[in-house]
Ligand binder design. Structure first.
Ligand SMILES: Cc1cc2nc3c(=O)[nH]c(=O)nc-3n(C[C@H](O)[C@H](O)[C@H](O)COP(=O)(O)OP(=O)(O)OC[C@H]3O[C@@H](n4cnc5c(N)ncnc54)[C@H](O)[C@@H]3O)c2cc1C
Ligand code: SF4
Ligand code: SF4
Length: 416
């Protein structure tokens, strides 16, 4: 595929140069020149108002997705207990469905799980696709992927959301591959694009294309990229459903009143021989501490805490506040705490009522996991520490003086 400039048409406006992500368009004698580093990405094709850019690239046509509709949430459950992230996703699914004027559905797969339907309805599911079978009692990748593939092909949802849990991270890529669609993992924001393209200065063909895109109201899927230094927004124009996973704690739950969900029972022919894996034994990893994604209060420590002794002190504070202890990645790397207590981009995303950051600088990768906390209290002896930029209350001082004072006050019946 080749891109070229028709010199006679070019007025040297440099629009193409500005949009070229690879910076391979140069200006010579007042006209644009495409150098041989061009990757044929096509990003410059539509910008030229003089129609001076030529190409032999065949434009990709947006397929007709008019038979795809509805926002689905995969209702992950283990041992008949719904994952919290499901309810969080239903909250966001309602907002997305509102923008699309479509319905929100939950997909509940398992054995004897019907009693979970009420909770799904209370959190926003208008329809529930219920697939029950003894073979689905425990999660097995192939069995669940078969079910999801069948449901998607039969009912054609426009959007499918899953939790970025251990189970979701296993299932989502399988399903996306099976149905031939893209998948954006670990999204932190999901919105509907209301106005994808303006039709000014477009040829009739382009206008037609633009109106198709605009009418399809694409899902914008935003996630951190390049080590969290930029946020990338990804859109899937060419396949359906638009699939995304979202980490627990990122979205907010909403309770909906007076909702009666329509339950659609689907029975699918499942066969033990097709599933190929058998669960012989389930060995639970021993847990130290609770789940920080569920905590109302989190006391988190960083390098400023200065070793294990400092963390014993933080644990006392967490106990008095009936909270959980968490940490930065450096603390995990130092072997003081386990990875499941790490908050941040490569750890967990938390959303407690109160987050007390002790001796934590507030690097972007850490902030990515705690910024949605309702109230943030930061204790740091450096007044310039970035954590103060996101804190509701900042205490500039030595944690080894401030935390013992907090413990003393709380032990005497004081409150935060
Ligand atoms: C790809 C990538 C992913 C990452 N993912 C994560 C992640 O998920 N989570 C995460 O946390 N980090 C992550 N990091 C690391 C992150 O960039 C930071 O290095 C880390 O968060 C810093 O940890 P910290 O705040 O404990 O330490 P530091 O940055 O060293 O900060 C220590 C702070 O303690 C303060 N302090 C020192 N002594 C005292 C005292 N006596 N009293 C009060 N304050 C004191 C200092 O002023 C300083 O601000 C990631 C990095 C990369 C590159
Ligand atoms: S956008 Fe068109 S007119 Fe402007 S510099 Fe590029 S080729 Fe020339
Ligand atoms: S096709 Fe892509 S790489 Fe080539 S000139 Fe246009 S924008 Fe640049």
């Amino acid at each position: 595929m080749t891109i070229w400039i028709n010199k006679e048409e070019c007025d040297g406006c440099k629009l193409c140069q500005r949009v070229c992500p690879y910076e391979v368009i140069e200006m010579a004698d007042g006209v644009a020149v495409v150098t041989d580093r061009c990757t044929s990405c096509g990003a410059c094709l539509d910008v030229c108002k003089k129609e001076a850019i030529g190409s032999d690239i065949v434009p990709r046509v947006v397929p007709d997705f008019s038979d795809y509709s509805g926002v689905w949430v995969f209702a992950e459950q283990i041992n008949r207990v719904l994952a919290n992230v499901v309810l969080e996703l239903l909250g966001r699914a309602r907002q997305l469905a509102g923008g699309l004027n479509e319905t929100v559905s939950a997909v509940l797969v398992g054995s004897q799980v019907e009693n979970l339907c009420d909770t799904l309805a209370e959190h926003g599911a208008e329809k529930i696709y219920l697939v029950e079978d003894a073979l689905l009692a425990d999660y097995r990748t192939i069995a669940y992927a078969n079910v999801m593939e069948n449901l998607i092909n039969q009912y054609k949802p426009s959007i499918l959301l899953m939790g970025a849990t251990a189970l979701g991270r296993d299932l989502a890529p399988r399903v996306s591959r099976r149905v031939g669609t893209g998948l954006t993992a670990d999204c932190t924001e999901l919105t509907i694009d209301e106005d994808t393209e303006k039709s000014d200065d477009k040829s009739p063909d382009q206008e037609d294309q633009a109106s198709k895109i605009s009418a399809s109201k694409i899902l914008w899927q935003t996630r951190p990229a390049f080590g969290g230094n930029v946020m990338a927004t990804i859109a899937n124009r060419y396949s359906r459903p638009q699939m995304a996973t979202v980490r627990p704690g990122v979205m907010e739950k909403n309770v909906v009143e007076n909702v009666n969900a329509e339950i659609i029972r689907v029975s699918l022919p499942l066969n033990e021989m097709d599933i190929k894996t058998k669960i012989l034994e389930i060995i639970k990893e021993p847990r130290t501490g609770g789940d920080i994604t569920e905590a109302n209060v989190i006391v988190a420590g960083g390098r400023g805490i200065n070793g294990q002794e400092g963390f014993d002190m933080l644990e006392q504070l967490a106990d008095l506040l009936e909270g959980e202890l968490a940490c930065t990645r450096l603390i995990v790397e130092q072997g003081i705490m386990e990875q499941h207590s790490q908050v941040g981009q490569t750890g967990k995303t938390v959303r407690p009522e109160i987050y007390i950051a002790c001796g934590i600088s507030g690097a972007i990768q850490h902030r990515a996991g705690m910024m949605e906390s309702r109230y943030i209290i930061a204790i740091n002896n450096d007044p310039q520490a970035p954590i103060f930029n996101v804190a509701n209350w900042g205490i500039v001082g030595d944690v080894h003086e401030i935390v013992p004072e907090m413990i003393a006050q709380l032990s005497k019946g004081g409150t935060l």
